[in-house]
Design a protein around this ligand. Sequence first.
Ligand code: IPM
Ligand code: MN
Length: 373
Amino acid sequence: MGARVKTYEIAVVHGDGIGPEVCQAAIDVLKATSVSNSLKFVEYPAGANHYLKAGTAFPDETFEGCKRSDAILHGAAGLPGVTYPDGTETGIEFGLQLRFRLDLYANVRPIKLRPGVTSRLRDRKPGDIDYVILRENTEGLYAARGNGVNLRDEVAVDSLVVTRKGIERICRTAFELARKRNGAPGDGKKRVTVCDKANVLRTYAFFRRVFNEVAEQNPDIEADYAYADAMTVYLLERPEYYDVIVMENMFGDIMSDLAAATVGSMGMSPSSELGDSHGFFQAAHGSAPTIAGQNIANPYGTILSAASMLQWLGERHADERLLSAANQMENGVDAAMATSNGLTRDLGGTATTTDVTRMVIDRLSSTARHAAE
Ligand code: IPM
Ligand code: MN
């Protein structure tokens, strides 16, 4: 009796701007991996262009499709001019609502200096910067979205909300993640840093208190502290000190862009948004409408997010094949980046989106051939 090979259904939302280009790149690479036959891609609409066409940025069928799927892959969405009457953007509805409606509380953003990339930070080589920003993804200041007050166009209020449950689960995730990693590149120590403003605001003081409770239950891992303003300096001065950094939603949003700039560009910013039962994968960059349709967008972030998707699915379903395909993809990316023409414009190179896709695919097959030899 042969074992049935599971097929994983991937809900795909291309989005706006460069979204469709980088998303297609990731799909093309996934389709070239050793598990292509186990993946079924189902496309759903969402975003600003869909809002213009259909009057909604996030149709119910798209939500139901995402909820039913084994994982969700997204390009990027949003167009600056396409807003609601309150001035907020329509296109980002999809990604933001999905976080709350599927309870994707852990936003994992690896910050890694990869081969071939020259960091803007002097003297940093690949390997020197390798940490994870763990962004709380379901509360904090973002919990106010759509719930804030605008009174007579004279007063506007958004509130920052944190809960014990929310802080506990993100801090636990941080320590679990650190346990699986190899420690900070600088000293090899497994370390979780909480980044907050506990000196000023009660919400952050509470965040830090709950962090300390979780840290006490994880004595094998160093607990470390930084105020968010100081952190913007530390991430430039001593990135090698960091391993896992956990923070509130809004700080995580800001800090992950700053961090991406130290490892090349926003194009190098993969991201996984994970809950207990769903996973959502997209790069942390936006839809970059000014460079859309020119085949120059950097697809590495989305391809790496797709590799994390295979990794997450593989762990969840104890499916070794997916774990090895995830590996194959990440190695393919590193090999492509290390070649002389492997960098896109944002990284100082001339490779196009489709050049990169082709290069990664070619290097996947050589990895697979070597593995089979
Ligand atoms: C991110 C993005 C989103 C955010 C936008 C697109 C709503 O910047 O994932 O970091 O603000 O969280
Ligand atoms: Mn952001």
